[in-house]
Design a protein around this ligand. Structure first.
Ligand code: ASP
Length: 341
């Protein structure tokens, strides 16, 4: 049996061309894109493709697109050995994180990739990204997928999707995962770090959970932030969760106005999730005097989670009909390899 891979094209720079007139980049359909990659046939795999309509610059991605993507995978799950998702780089880490929480009992790879330069351009990074992503999506060991995870392949590295952030808008090295090592590296050979890959211990039936609650906000602290700003955020009608991007290891101003407002939020039933503005390291509430109050108020530690994974995990858990106590409990737990405990 030939390995089989489904390429799902959502849009992004990889498939963009310059529009006549203003010269801005806009995505084109998959037929045009695939003309530039005839070498995919050389794998000898069964490769099919599905294109979103319309195709999107990933700045336009919403949870509705996460649902459409998850549904496409669900409908085709039994037919393919693996999936490659072509996606714009701007919000790729959000979509990969969201999808990692949505899927249960995933035992096949879902490899996101894209490009910094369109595939029709001579110096494109898109060809290597796509070709290697397809090879990873098809890779097996003893009949099992080597990487049965939602991951991002970019610029010769395979990262766990919910550990990844976009870190550069110009260099081919657009993504990084500072708090979790790469799952594979592509050089002359593709070297897999199989010890770091999530094992599929659960052999249940693959299924997708489509519920998210978008009544959340990211509050990034900065020196000079005004009480009125924090107060207005807390008073947003229907707000249920705040990802608090604090300093360093989870530190916040310990002025009384800030503590009082966070206390007010917690009392209103808003879940406050504390993550660090640093891309590496982790939140350790109680390490400095400036985080003790947060700990006392019941703010949840995001430990070493990325902003993208924190936001989507919060949206996901708030969508699950759980009590606030349960949301807080699961936020702090490792659901899909997104947090180091
Ligand atoms: N704006 C593009 C997008 O996210 C950037 C890219 O794909 O690199 O769709």
């Amino acid at each position: 049996m030939k390995p089989s891979v489904l390429i799902i094209y959502t849009g992004g720079t990889i498939g963009m061309v310059q529009r006549p007139g203003d010269g801005s980049l806009a995505p084109v359909n998959f037929d045009e894109l695939s003309k530039d990659i005839p070498m995919l046939n050389e794998f000898g795999y069964l490769i099919d493709s599905i294109s979103f309509n319309p195709v999107l610059d990933s700045s336009n991605i919403t949870p509705d697109i996460w649902y459409e993507l998850a549904r496409t995978i669900e409908e085709n799950y039994e037919k393919y050995d693996g999936f490659v998702v072509l996606h714009g780089t701007d919000t790729m880490a959000y979509t990969a994180s969201a999808l990692s929480f949505m899927v249960e009992n995933l035992d096949k790879p879902v490899v996101f990739t894209g490009a910094q330069l369109p595939i029709g351009i001579l110096r494109t990074d898109g060809k290597e990204n796509l070709i290697t992503a397809v090879e990873i999506a098809a890779a097996k060991i003893n009949g099992q997928s080597k990487v049965p995870e939602v991951c991002i392949y970019f610029n010769s590295k395979l990262f766990r999707g919910n550990r990844t952030s976009k870190i550069d808008s110009q260099q081919f090295r657009a993504f990084d995962s500072r708090n979790y090592p790469e799952l594979a590296k592509a050089g002359v050979e593709i070297t897999y770090n199989l010890d770091l890959v999530n094992k599929t211990t659960n052999k249940g039936i693959f299924r997708v959970n489509y519920k998210f609650d978008t009544n959340v906000v990211i509050l990034k602290l900065f020196p000079g932030i005004q009480p009125s700003v924090v107060d207005s955020i807390i008073n947003i009608e229907g707000l249920r969760g705040i990802v608090l991007e604090s300093y360093g290891s989870g530190n916040v101003p310990n002025s009384s106005w800030f503590t009082d407002l966070i206390e007010k939020a917690v009392k209103k039933g808003i879940v406050v999730f504390n993550i660090s503005q640093c891309v590496g390291g982790r939140v350790q509430m109680g390490m400095y005097e400036t985080s003790v109050n947060m700990q006392k108020l019941g703010v949840v530690s995001g430990n070493d989670m990325s902003t993208e994974a924190s936001l989507t995990k919060l949206m996901f858990l708030l969508g699950q009909n759980l009590s606030i106590k349960e949301v807080k409990k699961y936020l702090g737990q490792n659901l899909k390899g997104e947090i180091t405990l």
